[in-house]
Design a protein. Sequence first.
Length: 508
Amino acid sequence: MPTARLTIDPHFTVGAINRRLFGSFVEHLGRCVYDGIYEPGHPTADAEGFRQDVIDLVKELGVSAIRYPGGNFVSGFRWEDSVGPRDERPTRLDLAWHSTETNQVGLHEFSSWLGKVGSELMLAVNLGTRGPLEALDLLEYSNIRSGTTLSNQRIANGRTDAFGVSMWCLGNEMDGPWQLGHRSADDYGRLASQTAKAMRQLDPSVELVVCGSSSAHMPTFGEWERVVLTHPYDDVDYISCHAYYEEKDGDLGSFLASAVDMDHFIESVVATADHVKAVNGSDKTINISFDEWNVWYLSRHQNLEVITGIDNWPTAPRLLEDVYSVADAVVFGSLMISLLKHADRVTSASLAQLVNVIAPIMTEPGGPAWKQSTFFPFALTSKLATGSALEVRLESDTYDTEVYGTVPLVDAVATHDADAGTASVFLVNRSQTEDVTVEINVAALGGRTGGGVAVVDAQTLSDTDVYAANTLEAPDRVGLVQNSSVVTGDGVISVTLPPVSWTALSLA
Ligand code: AHR
């Protein structure tokens, strides 16, 4: 049986875990908003038309900040369409997803929904078909208390307090040829710089995210980051990363190693940002907002789900409704391990997306809401990963992959919350055939012998059918199970990880 060893020592700190690492993303796309979070007439709908069953699941998921309203959608969006009396809001074509946008949910409604789920608002401005002036208007509408035309308009529209939005994305995926208003790195860098400076003149407290690459596999990756950051380096706080993974051509071994690619992506962007920092002679460090990440069967979507036709602009069509298997959730959990391993520089992240669209939560109109397999690693990591992320000095057997070469069978990260007196370990076993027993040295956590350390809980996601999934017909087919293999003693905890599995240990 393959083995792995790791050490948990509170001195091996990577960095404090920012709660924003457990963010998500709601885009006006498919059924994420309409028939997702919002369905007036649903048996659980509240007075504002929001589904209470979805609210409850989002709360259970433990989502910190939510990026809104796109995504590709934002590059054609006029924010002022989505405020004011609902019956006067225009109906528009959404060019990004070839859909109709009714604007029945906008800034006020979404902010109210965020209050119900207890999450922070993270807004994106349109730098595809618009520019600094419209970004300033939205910022004034959102963050100025009163006394100007736009802030008074917000008050007249029913919101007395400013929205007080801190995090702002300067456009979306501007490196992508599919993006409305796609630009060169130099053009976008200048526009982002002008917009950032203007926004800071209005509200110096805003935290700004400049667009990095929409994938590490874009032909411009690396150079895009360098050129873009050269313009607004001192005016922005974050550069974004986006990454989606899928199993291709039945190559499960490579797919299970997707986090190796994510690790490399993050480290490359950090290196590039720090290069620009050195060249600029700046003492400011740019961190990463990994504001789109997930498993997404994008190649399937490109083949099957393209809506076309001059007279065919459906409202809330079923788009990107991927059904996630156990294997997908194991990869998903390993992507969260990658984010935590880089908690010193990845200080914000958004799971793309939240409901129905490549989402951990699915709904049926008039019917139930249920958890996809990916719900489980997100919810448990968000709950347990508090305090600081720790490097674990992992030693593991390896295996060979087509895409990423030789990679470790096991990946892991630990967290330590000194104030709460707790720690946690997140582990993934990428072997498709074998259990792996992992020995965890906890001597440094509980005194010389580690005798003070107790395993409070051990939960594993795995299945004899790695492609098993939850569906409308079988909403509880997959989920977490208690891992009963844990043995503690003499400063060492041992746990056995089944093939293709994700595990979380909670220690006190
Ligand atoms: O999350 C789905 C889409 O993926 C987003 O709209 C876009 O930013 C990305 O390409």
